[in-house]
Design a protein around this ligand. Structure first.
Ligand code: PEP
Ligand code: MN
Length: 264
């Protein structure tokens, strides 16, 4: 159902008026890795909006490597991100980590993010497939293209026909960057599937000064959008500060993206 063979034309995912895919405009989703509080997410929403993003990102349920690391604010965070997005006319994307929290997360968000660590959590994929909320499906940490396409199939075979692929880098022998950002996935997924693909240069490289060049490369590769981490004060971020852009750097990147998208 997700293959290009089955459905030759591009599927445009309509997120309550914000269209992703096909010949639609490049869509940016920006925000912090974690929602840290009401003021922080409100400030991120302001920055995101001023830079031209249409969707606010932020995690309330965080899949952390260590069980002792900050796990997210839970429902309190969902309330804050919804409030901040509404205040600035933005849509919300946030991660759902397990089936048990799906009804709660779905109540607040416009897009359900499936994290890299859950790309093959088949029960969760089936559960989001039973909703009618758009699903941003991140590529697994060691996910092959075929496994990723099959993960999408788990969602769409349950009825939900609104999937957005997110290339966020894969684990290779290279350790100088957090992941190896596989930009070839963009044209490859477009060849194999009718669903849109966006890029996540933040997790793709893990180092802030490499984010903007890779975001531009994502545009050039033909991605339908991107998801990027920003923070008012990256050095004080509770998670992923090292890969987060401050206001000035984010806005500079967005201005460059604007020039590039207009030239394409
Ligand atoms: C995130 O978006 O903050 C995140 C945890 O991403 P990933 O699942 O790609 O690691
Ligand atoms: Mn993050």
């Amino acid at each position: 159902l997700s293959s290009r063979e089955f459905h030759p034309s591009d599927t445009v995912v309509d997120v309550d008026g914000v269209k992703i895919g096909g010949n639609e405009e490049f869509v940016t989703m920006a925000g912090p890795c974690s929602i840290e509080g009401r003021e922080q997410i409100m400030e991120c929403a302001r920055i995101a909006k001023e830079g031209g993003a249409k969707i606010l990102r932020g995690g309330a349920f965080k899949p952390r490597t260590s069980p002792y690391a900050f796990q997210g604010l839970g429902e309190e965070g969902l309330i804050y991100i919804r409030e901040a997005a509404d205040a600035y006319g933005l849509k919300v994307i946030t991660e759902v980590m397990d089936e048990a929290n799906l009804p709660l997360v779905a109540k607040y968000t416009d897009i359900l993010q499936i994290g890299a660590r859950n790309m093959q959590n088949f029960k969760l994929l089936q559960a989001v497939g039973k909703t009618n909320v758009p699903v941003a499906l991140k590529r697994g940490i060691s996910g092959t293209i075929d496994e990723w396409l099959n993960a999408a199939e788990y969602v769409v075979s349950e009825g939900n026909q609104r999937v957005i692929f997110v290339e966020r880098g894969i684990r290779t022998y290279e350790t100088a960057t957090r992941n190896t950002f596989d930009l070839s996935a963009v044209p490859l997924i477009q060849k194999l599937s009718h669903f849109p693909i966006i890029v996540d240069p933040s997790h793709g490289v893990g180092i802030w000064d490499l984010v903007s060049p890779m975001a531009l490369a994502g545009v050039a590769a033909g991605a339908s959008g991107m998801i990027v981490e920003i923070h008012p004060e990256p050095s004080k971020a509770w998670s992923d500060g090292q890969q987060s852009l401050n206001e000035k750097r984010y806005k500079n990147m967005m201005a460059q993206i604007d020039v590039l998208t207009k030239a394409m």
